[in-house]
Design a protein around this ligand. Structure first.
Ligand SMILES: C[S@@+](CC[C@H](N)C(=O)[O-])C[C@H]1O[C@@H](n2cnc3c(N)ncnc32)[C@H](O)[C@@H]1O
Length: 207
């Protein structure tokens, strides 16, 4: 699993390498732009709002929302990613924090209309994801939405098939979303899954 230093080193090449994987429609970033656009269009149904992006990276999605005048907050643990994002969004509230520890203290009194995360949640174990989503839910305004896009599958069987098909490239350190598992463990939530490509999808939790 990449730590914050690993992401620091990747930061300058990140957009290029993701772009290549997307253009060639291969694991892990097949569907990347479509996934980001789907989340973007979902948010645009509301003209204003406060958004928290978990693991915003180079801010490809967040910058568009920033330009549309949404109030942007973000958490990321890579200083280099934060530097890139800060240049694109000077007035955003960006915090350097490891979200495997929850959310930073600075966000304790904040509530959001949208909490988004793309290609970052796979750094949490399945159990950590459940705890984290419960925490995010508490941080959501009424009528708010959590939108999590990542390498993701409905079932473990689908994940295993994708791993088998991509065995030479598979990243065994990353823990991808299995929607069935989330749904079983978050029964109290209004939760749904939209597949985007053969290896990606968006989990939506609505309040
Ligand atoms: C693959 S990049 C995704 C960036 C962006 N959201 C996108 O869709 O292009 C993952 C990002 O999550 C951040 N990240 C990964 N694990 C993290 C953690 N435990 N705490 C905070 N940030 C983390 C990395 O620094 C990186 O910027």
């Amino acid at each position: 699993m990449l730590n914050n230093k690993g992401f620091d080193m990747w930061a300058n090449d990140y957009d290029k390498s993701v772009g290549l994987s997307y253009e060639n429609n291969v694991y892990p970033f097949a569907g990347y732009k479509d996934l980001l656009n789907t989340i973007y269009n979902n948010i645009r149904t509301k003209d204003t709002g406060k958004i928290l992006d978990i693991g915003f990276g180079t801010a490809t999605l967040t910058k568009k929302l920033y330009d549309d005048n949404y109030d942007i907050f973000g958490v990321d643990f890579s200083k280099e990613m934060i530097n890139i994002a800060k240049q694109k969004m000077p007035n955003a509230s960006l915090f350097c924090y490891d979200f495997s520890n929850g959310l930073p203290k600075n966000l304790k009194n904040e509530k959001f209309d949208f909490i988004i995360s793309t290609y970052a949640i796979h750094h949490l174990t399945d159990i950590q994801k459940i705890y984290f989503f419960k925490l995010l839910y508490k941080t959501l305004n009424n009528n708010g939405k959590i939108l999590i896009g990542d390498v993701a599958f409905y079932t473990k069987k689908e994940l295993d098939k994708c791993r088998q098909d991509n065995i030479d490239y598979w990243d065994n350190d990353e823990i991808y979303i299995i929607f069935d598992f989330l749904k079983q463990n978050l029964k109290e939530f209004n939760i749904s899954f939209t597949p985007i490509s053969f290896c990606s999808g968006i989990v939506c939790i609505e309040k």
